[in-house]
Design a protein around this ligand. Structure first.
Ligand SMILES: Cc1cc2nc3c(=O)[nH]c(=O)nc-3n(C[C@H](O)[C@H](O)[C@H](O)COP(=O)(O)OP(=O)(O)OC[C@H]3O[C@@H](n4cnc5c(N)ncnc54)[C@H](O)[C@@H]3O)c2cc1C
Length: 239
């Protein structure tokens, strides 16, 4: 099954493949939403960034999401409060609320057309026996001063037993958003290369050397944003 977001774009822009060695401030490996968001903020701050992507932008996890931007990740706050305490749960909530604001700010500042809309988010059950979990989540969120509601009606074409409804969440076309970020990055004295695979990186005295196809990128810092690590983490942690 293919992604609605990917299918909604007629043709995905293919950035050039790397054809020579480069030097830059920060080399970012992976052009999913993580790599592109880092690249956006860093290039905006004036760093010279190079992002390398082994495929083309948008085809991996970030282009295959449900496109929702929410702080409600399944039922999580009751679990966080009971496992780690209220302070930790509040920090998680605040960080995710801030992410919604940050994404909207980027969209507005950069005028990115990505079908962003504020929507309510629902986590529902059709099973009466699971309603205790929904109520526990609502109680947990109320204890964090969040205005959430228990509802039994949604626009779903089937009956539910109940749901937690969070207002002021959002949805967007994640692929359009990523190409919007990519366009901003290339306007900020930075580069993106696609079909360019990092096979390794090594620390040297002034920074890092990343091997990409048969070329090298020398940079002061690197960010690995490949979703799954492509290199043994134990070797990175010792640096
Ligand atoms: C079905 C599904 C639905 C989801 N729905 C949502 C949702 O609605 N809302 C939400 O917030 N989150 C959602 N998520 C989670 C979200 O998609 C991920 O957390 C996020 O997309 C991860 O982004 P990323 O940039 O880290 O990874 P990716 O988007 O996978 O990007 C990593 C990039 O690195 C590249 N790469 C890998 N190895 C190399 C290499 N050696 N050299 C160069 N490039 C390399 C890959 O090609 C890829 O483009 C969902 C996830 C799934 C699977």
């Amino acid at each position: 099954m293919s992604s609605y977001w990917i299918d909604s774009i007629n043709s995905l822009k293919n950035f050039d493949t790397i054809t020579k060695n480069y030097e830059c401030d920060i080399c970012i490996i992976g052009a999913g939403i993580t790599g592109l968001t880092c690249g956006y903020y860093l290039s905006k701050l004036g760093f010279n960034v190079i992002i390398i992507e082994k495929d083309i932008i948008g085809l991996k996890a970030s282009g295959n999401t449900t496109g929702k931007i929410t702080y409600q990740h399944n039922l999580i706050y009751d679990y966080l409060i009971h496992s780690y305490g209220k302070k930790y749960a509040k920090a998680y909530l605040d960080a995710n609320k801030e992410a919604i604001i940050n994404i909207k700010n980027i969209i507005d500042i950069e005028n990115i057309n990505c079908d962003f809309e504020y929507k309510s988010n629902y986590v529902y059950t059709t099973n009466q026996d699971e309603l205790t979990k929904i109520h526990a989540e609502i109680e947990a969120l109320h204890s964090l001063n969040e205005d959430v509601e228990f509802v039994t009606e949604t626009s779903l074409p089937f009956k539910i037993a109940g749901a937690v409804m969070n207002k002021n969440q959002a949805q967007f076309n994640s692929v359009k958003y990523m190409y919007g970020l990519a366009n901003c990055i290339t306007k900020n004295n930075s580069l993106i290369f696609c079909n360019s695979t990092a096979s390794d990186f090594q620390k040297d005295k002034d920074g890092y050397v990343t091997s990409v196809n048969s070329y090298k990128i020398r940079s002061s810092n690197i960010i690995v944003a490949t979703h799954y690590p492509f290199k043994k983490l134990s070797r990175i942690l010792f640096y």
